[in-house]
Design a protein around this ligand. Structure first.
Ligand code: CO
Length: 172
């Protein structure tokens, strides 16, 4: 296993459409192992192959305790609701975060590293993460969809606090 370099916003590779995975071979396994290690090392909740410069439709995510997912050739079959998690970040856009609306529930289909078809339903933060990573495979970054951007998490927290105080006062 090896840590791979994560490419950053501004690199045009991130804007390319990734290609379907056809070969479920050792090379794919090695790529996924490296992606998991790279994601964990950088405290990320998800990482797409394109972020390490490989244009394959594959991503990994660890957005929920004890739930590591490897999603190859992923698709959303159905979605529902509005996610309660508003804020989003990306290892390719270091430091920043932004508000993006995502579905609360997604019913999805993908293949595992052996090529076996998997159907799952993700909710909450995992659903948000799945949508974010799937966008990467189509050259879309969350900053394209964000309705508001923040320079760091503190800036967002300060704003949230202000809003909460305001609504508390309004209720009085
Ligand atoms: Co990302």
């Amino acid at each position: 296993m090896a840590i791979r370099k994560i490419i950053k916003e501004g690199d045009e590779t991130l804007r390319k459409i990734s290609k379907p995975v056809l070969d479920f071979d050792d090379r794919l396994g090695e790529l996924l192992d490296d992606m998991l290690e790279t994601m964990h090392r950088n405290d990320g909740a998800g990482l797409s192959a394109v972020q390490v410069g490989v244009l394959k439709r594959a991503f990994v995510m660890h957005a929920k305790k004890d739930s590591i997912q490897e999603c190859i050739n992923p698709k959303i079959l159905k979605q529902e609701g509005t996610n309660k998690f508003k804020i989003e970040g990306c290892l390719s856009v270091p430091g920043k975060c932004g508000i993006v609306e995502r579905p609360e529930k997604v019913w999805v289909e993908f293949q595992n590293r052996k090529g076996k078809k998997v159907n799952k339903k993700f909710t909450g933060f995992e659903a948000k993460c799945f949508c974010h990573e799937l966008d990467h495979l189509d050259g879309i970054l969350y900053i394209d969809k964000a309705t508001e951007m923040f320079n760091d998490r503190d800036e967002y927290n300060r704003k949230k606090e202000k809003q909460e105080n305001k609504s508390k006062q309004e209720k009085k």
